[in-house]
Design a protein around this ligand. Structure first.
Ligand code: FPP
Length: 246
């Protein structure tokens, strides 16, 4: 189902999504929060498929933040199990569709079972090149930046780089996202209009799109709407409109 107004030649390269509203979706439907996450996985499947169909090469999903460790143990356990279940059940699809699984965040903080599955699927898909599916797990942008500063400081201390050479490209090369381009379009569902510590460095020039739809209700047509909205914006990167439209 292709929106006829969508220009396939003007799609963002990197779409990042804050998948929010699973709990409220469940409450609205008289269900337990857990069912909201279950249904959220279905949206993940649908959006990955659609991004692939549209040839969007980089899709990044915020699945678990460093702050999410403060949720009830039971809910954390359910989310971890869902991740393992997702990676196991989607594995063949990732292979068949030439998708590379990538993760960002403090993977070593995850339960061993999740770490093992992430490592296995990342390793087996590492040469796939149609799309990079990045899942942010135990991710926090400030923690990421803290890590970058520590790594660079150590290199300066060891004389592998000099302070004068520390620039944006060095910083980029130390980020968890070192293999990804900057985000072009950031989508957040559920009506909240905040960034919640997601990819703060990488969204410097991203277009931001907020929708009231809860994540489990977010489907192909909603992605199309976000993309259409993106295509109708003028990205100026600090220049004037006249300079862009020469
Ligand atoms: C936000 O909704 C959602 C999460 C914290 C988890 C997102 C996880 C999934 C969609 C499933 C697993 C992911 C993958 C990639 C297979 P919320 O619980 O904060 O909702 P609320 O704000 O309405 O309570």
């Amino acid at each position: 189902m292709m929106n006829k107004n969508l220009d396939r030649n003007k799609l963002p390269k990197h779409v990042a999504i804050i998948m929010d509203g699973n709990g409220r979706w469940a409450a609205k439907n008289g269900l337990q929060r857990i069912s909201g996450h279950d249904s959220g996985v279905k949206s993940v499947q649908e959006i990955v498929e659609e991004a692939l169909d549209l040839n969007i090469p980089y899709l990044t999903l915020y699945a678990f933040s460093t702050d999410n460790w403060n949720r009830p143990q039971h809910e954390i356990g359910v989310l971890m199990n869902l991740l393992v279940k997702y990676l196991k059940s989607e594995f063949n699809k990732l292979i068949k569709n030439n998708i590379r699984l990538n993760t960002i965040g403090n993977i070593s903080a995850l339960p061993k079972l999740v770490q093992d599955e992430v490592k296995r699927v990342s390793e087996k898909t590492k040469n796939n090149e149609k799309m990079v599916l990045t899942i942010a797990l135990s991710y926090g942008a400030r923690e990421e930046i803290e890590d970058v500063v520590k790594k660079i400081a150590l290199e300066v201390k060891n004389n592998t780089i000099s302070i004068e050479n520390v620039d944006q490209s060095i910083i980029n090369r130390h980020l968890y996202t070192r293999n990804l381009p900057d985000v072009d379009l950031l989508i957040r569902t559920s009506g909240e209009q905040r960034l919640s510590n997601f990819l703060l460095w990488q969204i410097a020039y991203a277009e931001l799109y907020f929708t009231k739809i809860y994540w489990p209700d977010f489907g192909k047509k909603d992605l199309h709407e976000a993309l259409l909205n993106y295509q109708n914006r003028e990205r100026r990167f600090g220049k004037t409109s006249e300079q862009i439209n020469v």
